[in-house]
Write a protein that binds this ligand. Sequence first.
Ligand SMILES: *Cc1c(COP(=O)(O)O)cnc(C)c1O
Length: 409
Amino acid sequence: MTSYVTHLESAIDGTHYSPGQLHTTHKDRPLWVRYDLDAIAKVLTKDKLRERPPTMWRYRELLPPGQKDSIVTLGEGMTPLIAVPRLGQQLGLSNLWVKDEAQLPTGTFKSRGQAVAISMAKELGIKRVAIPTAGNAGGAMAAYAARAGLEAYVFMPEDTPEINQFECAIAGAKVFLVNGLIDDCGRIVSAGSERMDWLSVATLKEPYRLEGKKSMGLELSEQSSWQLPDVIIYPTGGGTGLIGMWKAFQELRALGWLESESMPRMVAVQSDGCCPIVRAFEKGERFASRFENAATIASGLRVPAAVGDFMILDAIRESNGCAVAVDEKRIREWMRLAASKEGLSVGPEAATCVGAAGMLAESGWIRADDRVVIYNCGASQKYPDAMRTTLPRIDIHKPIDWERVEVGR
Ligand SMILES: *Cc1c(COP(=O)(O)O)cnc(C)c1O
């Protein structure tokens, strides 16, 4: 196995860094990983891909690790792309699909990013990692760090869903609950860097999580026979997935693998309880201001300030996409809609995309017959509070009163 990485490149000013050494950010902004795509085109073919196991490592030439032994995996990737006609009908869309990331290790697509970040940490000889997290990234990091035998430190807001606190702790990470939001946690990780000598695997603070998330775009392309959909709807917090997919499509275009001429329009969805990217998009700005008093049950979207804001906004604009905020109060309703129409386990983050799909179909921004893909980023089971609902009761001590049992819908 060889690495096809040629260099790392600052996303803000194009400065190059050499691969094979630890580099994190440039001027506090993210780095792109760049590959020798001509060399990859010579060794990798679509036919060759077809014979490989169904994990994201089937695209290993387009991923950074250079040694097979550095790969830390729990079998992540190749999640199903599922047609959802009953949900589509409800939303006014006849060609609606869900890429079901809820089926990944730790129940969210954070496993993709952490699989690559932790693999690279291992390859570069790192022994200790730390992360500020809204919840799921910490859970995934703890799991992959455990698998790699690395020491892990997790900093999360004290009101992060309990399940996230426990999943980190049970995997052996040291978990700290912080009186503040994810960016406050980020400041603690930065402040501790020198003394604790840890690598921060915070969103876009090292270059490799982005490459893991990129695999969502590679898979979608292969699963769609290299014909990209018209619209991709993505629940946006730090934006890694949206940026990563857009990068995947550029790389596939450069490899000459895409069958379709047009690129998908990328839609970033946020809750109106925390929508810094939507505000910046609407104002025509390239950088987003911090969103004060951020509050949403979609904890993965509770990111008041994103380091990759300009990368998200660039991708949206280059793709002729848009950024929309949906009503926080309706998130549970959309979770229920997806689950009751299609049996899908849709967490509150992707539920915002269900709402946005309906909204954009109604406004005509999405045409009824457009091929639309929603990313279901996380399982609803990780959000017992958001799932809470009232159930009918049957009293087991008395004979059942069948008159009271509702039938039909
Ligand atoms: C992190 C997360 C998001 C946001 O993903 P980004 O790529 O950082 O924007 C959405 N949903 C869930 C479930 C998450 O854990």
